[in-house]
Design a protein around this ligand. Structure first.
Ligand code: MGD
Ligand code: MGD
Ligand code: SF4
Ligand code: MO
Length: 693
């Protein structure tokens, strides 16, 4: 018998709404949910790989307790009861001996955030942290310091834009289906894509203009663009007068940064910068300087992202058709918000492990995000206190944060490592206990509010019964909390009960999801009034060139640009995603592996020739942090200072037979360097030597 069910994909964090067809209870096809306009209707290759992942047998099939040394891969099966007792007893004794703050809980943002946060609060630890410091943290910090809101408050009306400027934002490969659809529609409408990238990505080659920039110099490029736009009064005066605080300070600041100055620094011709500035000025406000996503690249990332926010302000492109917009949610449709479990539990106070806070190394970083790559330093220095237990949910810090060897040494100082994962991550493989979560098609999760111009609520429902002895997050955290003596804080019976509680103030009933899997909250697009109604949440309620938040914390809002340098004889390792892998978590998928087994290292043809290297040669890639072997691919399509590999290869969990050891892991070559203000790991402050083997 054929049945159709609606859910959400979780092969990456875009969570595309899906329609799953079952034949006699077995998944036959997964497509996009046709009821959701442009964000539905299609899946990417990774989404299609979900079916293989469901029936994959190389993942943990029941709770595992380590019996050999850490990382040896020697495990024994355990019942849930035994695994919970093992974790709860050790957490309790660590808490008694070292205090709750010695327990760290790291997680990648997901629909289950609320259970992880509530659990950490229940433990009494101030130390939960997300994966964001190795993704968009600097961008987020820049948005908060400049606009008073986080990066997620903004969306992009790409379909109606005239120009979309992408700084490495590789929409066609580092993709979400919705954004790809939007950009393709925009291309049909005649949009001009300008891609700034040292490398000919698949987005760069489909662009109107590919700006082959010298890696790490986007800030200089933007300073010169602003110089040209301001000098020639190409900006939106009305918008600037209304919404930009200290505009004159910005004008004075960019004066020395002429296109000629930028040409030397960025290797982009001054005439190109002038031409683009003029074209943007003519097309405004329908110009989007896409603020991007994965900001974890350079030490000056924070200022680079701020310059993008300023450029959008000069174009007047906030809250306009074809520009950026504030995402709208339940509150904008006259409803009350959904309830969240953590808000019912008091947040623990006290110093954090990651040096966030006034007077600390990262005074303006959002502590609700945390800084994952400070793990090693915290364990090494034992400052402000020793850290002893690490619980990880849906995150693989041992693969996703820089300097694997250093982190392993640091993890060895922990008394307890617990991983809650659907698969064998590198971190799970190194843990003491693995609690396997059920595949996303086998479980329900909390309702998601998908904010946008036309917001919706989306619900993940169980599509098939679990095949293995796994449990969903709502149950794992509830049952662990029970064992730890704070089960009363997890008061719901099951996920349906929890979701009904979440909706209880909204006026929406859970049965409304039955028909389409989603509830549409608005018929028409919602815009705020551009003259009076924009929701910047800075103290001045404007876009702050001189940022109150920065100045209050002793940080200079407009510091001088510092020239970028590459050490003699070395090349900069730049990174990115590829369309078939999701970070580190797709490399053992049989469907995906059939299409892309390994990936070569891209080198500039001339730079490679100087080293006697040509396409197909095996090369040794090394530096003071680590080394590895790759196959060279030489091309004109990359700046001579750079070499490129995508993240996702060189995995180390022995149980993953397809992925194990295939390819080069960038995290084994990167040192721990931070953007000194934004808090992100500056992963591309990484230089390597390459030799032919
Ligand atoms: N298929 C797939 N899609 C994904 C993901 C995935 O894993 N797989 N992950 C999702 C996630 S978590 C994220 S954060 C996003 C990331 O998406 P993007 O922000 O688009 O990032 P990346 O793919 O990391 O890098 C994109 C480009 O940045 C370029 N680049 C390197 N150095 C510089 C530089 O100095 N200046 C400029 N301008 N460009 C530079 C690289 O050459 C690369 O082409 O993708 C999301 N989508
Ligand atoms: N060196 C280097 N480091 C990087 C990057 C890079 O390019 N180079 N990219 C950075 C970026 S942009 C990001 S976003 C991060 C990503 O880093 P992570 O957040 O660590 O992402 P993944 O590598 O996808 O690992 C996520 C883990 O979650 C598990 N998982 C997936 N679905 C579920 C689920 O439903 N439940 C549970 N419990 N687990 C699940 C997967 O099996 C996997 O082990 O890495 C960052 N780190
Ligand atoms: S972009 Fe692809 S992998 Fe990510 S949620 Fe959508 S279909 Fe799934
Ligand atoms: Mo990311």
């Amino acid at each position: 018998m054929e049945t159709t069910k609606y859910s959400q994909c979780e092969m990456c964090s875009a969570r595309c709404p899906i329609e799953v067809t079952l034949q006699d209870g077995t998944v036959s096809t997964i497509f996009g949910n046709p009821n959701v306009g442009s964000i539905g209707t299609r899946l990417c290759a990774k989404g299609a790989g979900a079916k293989w992942f469901l029936y994959d047998t190389e993942k943990p099939t029941r709770p595992q307790i380590r019996v050999g040394p850490r990382g040896s891969g020697q495990w024994r099966d355990a019942s849930w009861d035994e695994a919970y007792s093992y974790v709860a007893e050790r957490l309790t004794s660590i808490k008694e001996k070292y205090g709750p703050e010695s327990i760290l809980v790291g997680w990648r943002g997901s629909l289950n955030n609320e259970f992880v946060k509530a659990f950490t609060r229940g433990l009494g630890s101030p130390n939960d942290f997300t994966h964001n410091s190795v993704c968009p943290l600097s961008l987020h910090t820049a948005c908060q310091a400049t606009l008073g809101v986080g990066r997620k408050a903004l969306g992009f009306d790409i379909e109606n834009a005239e120009y979309v400027v992408l700084y490495g934002r590789n929409i066609f490969e580092s993709l979400t289906v919705a954004e790809v659809n939007q950009l393709m529609t925009a291309m049909d409408n005649g949009v001009k894509i300008v891609t700034v990238d040292p490398r000919a990505s698949k987005t760069a080659v489909r662009s109107y203009y590919w700006v082959k920039i010298r890696p790490g110099t986007d800030w200089a490029f933007n300073l010169a663009l602003m110089n040209e736009i301001m000098k020639n009064r190409l900006y939106d005066e009305n918008f600037v007068n209304n919404w930009v605080k200290d505009f004159d300070a910005l004008r004075r600041y960019v004066e020395p940064y002429t296109p000629e100055w930028a040409e030397t620094e960025t290797h982009v011709e001054a005439s190109t910068i002038r031409k683009l500035a003029r074209e943007f000025g003519e097309a405004k406000p329908k110009v989007i300087f896409h603020i991007g996503w994965f900001a974890a690249r350079y030490v000056n990332e924070f200022h680079m992202r701020r310059s993008m926010l300023f450029l959008n302000a000069l174009m007047g492109s906030y809250e306009t058709e074809g520009g950026l917009f504030f995402k709208k949610g339940l509150a904008d449709t006259g409803r009350k918000g959904m309830k969240e479990l953590p808000s019912t539990i008091e947040a623990p106070k006290g110093d954090r492990f990651d040096c966030i806070g006034p007077g600390k190394k990262f005074p303006i970083v959002d502590k609700s995000q945390g800084i994952a790559h400070m793990l090693a330093e915290a364990a090494e220095t034992e400052k402000p206190y020793p850290v002893k237990a690490l619980m990880i949910y849906r995150f693989d810090p041992l693969y996703s944060t820089p300097d694997t060897k250093r982190l392993i040494r640091a993890l060895d100082k922990f008394d307890l490592l617990v991983a809650i994962d659907v698969n064998w991550s590198n971190t799970a493989w190194y843990a003491d206990v693995v609690l396997p979560e059920t595949h996303f098609l086998e479980r329900g999760d909390p309702i998601q509010e998908r904010k946008g111009l036309k917001p919706i609520l989306a619900l993940r429902k169980k599509v098939v019964e679990p095949l293995l002895d796994t449990r969903p997050a709502w149950r794992i955290f509830k049952e662990l909390a029970d064992r730890m003596g704070f089960g009363d804080k997890f008061f719901y019976k099951d996920i349906d009960d929890y979701n009904k509680w979440k909706l209880s103030d909204t006026g929406i009933d859970i049965s409304q999801f039955d028909e389409k899997g989603v509830v549409n909250l608005a018929k028409d697009k919602i815009y705020y009034d551009r003259q009076t109604g924009l929701k910047f949440k800075t103290p001045s309620k404007k876009i702050e060139v001189i940022s109150s938040k920065m100045e209050d914390n002793g940080l200079e809002s407009l510091p001088p640009y510092e020239s970028v340098k590459v050490p003699e004889g070395k090349l900069r390792l730049i990174i990115g995603r590829n369309p078939l892998y999701t970070q580190g978590s797709m490399s053992n998928n049989k469907y995906i592996k059939e299409v892309l087994w390994d990936h070569p290292i891209w080198m500039n043809k001339d730079a490679a020739a100087k080293l006697g290297i040509k396409t197909g040669d095996k090369v040794n890639v090394h530096n003071e942090i680590g080394s590895g072997v790759a196959t060279a691919y030489t091309t004109d399509g990359i700046h001579p200072e750079a070499v490129f590999i995508p993240h996702g290869f060189g995995k180390r969990a022995g149980a993953q037979k397809l992925a194990f050891g295939v390819g080069l892991a960038d995290s084994e070559l990167q040192g721990v360097v931070s953007d000194y203000i934004g808090g992100s790991a500056a992963m591309q402050e990484c230089f390597v030597k390459i030799e032919k083997i």
